[in-house]
Design a protein around this ligand. Structure first.
Ligand SMILES: [Zn+2]
Length: 467
């Protein structure tokens, strides 16, 4: 059965196969910047990538799946200005940037688990790959693709004539629109490969380089790590649709100029989750996290099912009511599948095999998950042997990932993803109480932190906490 994916690079569906001699699909997915909790809108992208990975495995491919963790501050916008996200996160919480990165990396991985997203073959941290990033910038410099300004080393996009092609950019228009913010850049589409630390200020994260002390630009990390772990050409590169215009365009430019080879054979992009008609962002409205859903009594898999109801290339509108509907659908699915647990046997009747084929065709047609879900529901209504129904449920769930092979656990609200603000506020209240020798209050706060699974330790540098 043919497997085909929509390739952003060609704006068309193309059959997917592996080149001769490549043993496993080389997939790179842009990961989170770990300065805050992950928003469920961002998590929608990782759920889509999980369907992709599971579909490839369903089709018999081995998969080498790499996801990065951006733990070095990239700037607050796609451009090269603005504050550093990691340092902002550190300021906000009173922690060091390393602690902030560590804390949010852990909560991010917890969200993945809760959403039943299969762990990548490799998680890679930007700060563990500084040398590879420096090396890549050096290669670009040697080949004449860079120039120096007072604040960094920049990629000269005019030297890569194909630069506008991927995102269908109108460079002239861009140029006119951004004349004021260009600074020393030669062109609006040039971007920083390496930034110098400000002369009068020591940054929390900075490294030595052939160009002086500083830190890598955001875009370079993905190219450097993807090539380090997967080779110069990837089979599939994924991300959110907001990455097309700048981040992925820049990744293509710097990678292809460095190697002279195509960077990725397929580019796949997940569309946004929207609240009403706006793109939900971290800067506006209610900040929706997995732990907020849990606090409101949802099982994270309700959200996973919700994500299945829309094709990954379409917007998905989030409302609490829609999520409640997803919860009811998942409950009713479980009502039908829980009674089948332990009964699976061979899939052999003509009707059962037809369902299996239809399912495989749906997921293989650019991940048509809404259709695949419909096939599961129709199958459950059919007059099939229970043993075949049970086997088909397990088979389909390899891709759907809804845990239909085990009894649905009603979700008991937990508060594991405690907010670091709250912890810090409690710790300073406790310090205040200790200063006033109010031991009863200080013990009460210690117990409250304990009930949040937070252990605290008083030392010469103040109070430290850990999960
Ligand atoms: Zn990336």
């Amino acid at each position: 059965m043919a497997l085909q994916f929509y390739n952003t690079a060609t704006r068309s569906k193309e059959p997917f196969t592996l080149p001769e001699g490549v043993p496993a699909v080389r997939i790179y997915c842009c990961g989170p910047t770990v300065y805050h909790f992950a928003h469920i809108g961002n998590l929608r992208t990782y759920i889509f990538e999980d369907f992709l990975r599971r579909t490839l495995e369903y089709y018999g491919f081995a998969v080498n799946h790499v996801v990065n963790i951006t733990d070095v501050g990239h700037l607050t916008s796609d451009g090269d200005d603005g504050d550093d996200k990691m340092e902002k996160g550190a300021l906000r919480t009173g922690k060091t940037v390393w602690e902030v990165a560590d804390y949010y990396t852990q909560t991010f991985m917890k969200d993945w688990k809760a959403l039943n997203i299969i762990e990548p073959s490799i998680w890679c941290k930007a700060t563990d790959h500084i040398q590879q990033q420096i090396q890549l910038v050096k290669t670009l410099e040697e080949k004449g693709y860079t120039y120096r300004t007072s604040d960094g080393i920049y990629f000269d996009s005019a030297k890569f004539p194909r630069y506008p092609d991927f995102a269908h950019l109108d460079v002239e228009n861009l140029q006119q629109g951004s004349r004021i913010e260009m600074g020393e850049k030669r062109s609006a589409t040039d971007f920083a490969l390496w930034k110098f630390s400000p002369k009068d200020q020591k940054r929390a994260m900075e490294w030595d380089s052939p160009w002086g002390i500083g830190f890598p630009g955001w875009h370079i990390e993905c190219s450097a790590m993807a090539m380090h772990h997967l080779g110069e050409t990837l089979d599939i590169h994924c991300g959110g649709s907001d990455h097309i215009r700048v981040h992925h365009t820049n990744e293509i430019a710097q990678s292809e100029c460095a190697t002279g080879k195509p960077f990725a054979r397929f580019w796949m992009h997940g569309e946004f989750l929207r609240m009403g008609s706006d793109k939900m962002s971290k800067s506006a409205g209610e900040f929706l996290t997995v732990s907020l859903l849990q606090e409101k009594g949802f099982n994270p898999l309700d959200y996973r099912l919700f994500a299945l109801t829309s094709h990954y290339r379409n917007y998905l509108n989030f409302t609490w009511e829609a999520l409640e509907n997803a919860r009811e659908s998942l409950k009713s699915l479980h009502k039908k599948t829980d009674v089948l647990i332990g009964k699976a046997d061979l899939i052999q009747s003509e009707l059962a095999l037809r369902f299996k084929n239809e399912f495989q065709e749906a997921i293989g047609d650019d991940l048509n998950m809404p259709k695949a879900l419909g096939i599961l529901n129709s199958m459950l209504k059919e007059n099939l042997e229970e043993s075949e129904k049970a086997a088909l449920v397990l088979d389909f769930d390899r891709v759907l990932g809804l845990n239909l092979g085990s009894i649905r656990e009603e979700y008991a609200p937990k508060q594991e993803n405690v907010d670091v603000f709250k912890i810090d506020a409690l710790i300073s209240l406790r310090n205040e109480a200790r200063k006033n020798k109010n031991w009863a209050e200080s013990d009460r706060i210690r117990d409250e932190l304990k009930s949040m699974n937070i252990t605290i330790k008083d030392g010469p540098n103040g109070t430290e906490w850990s999960l």
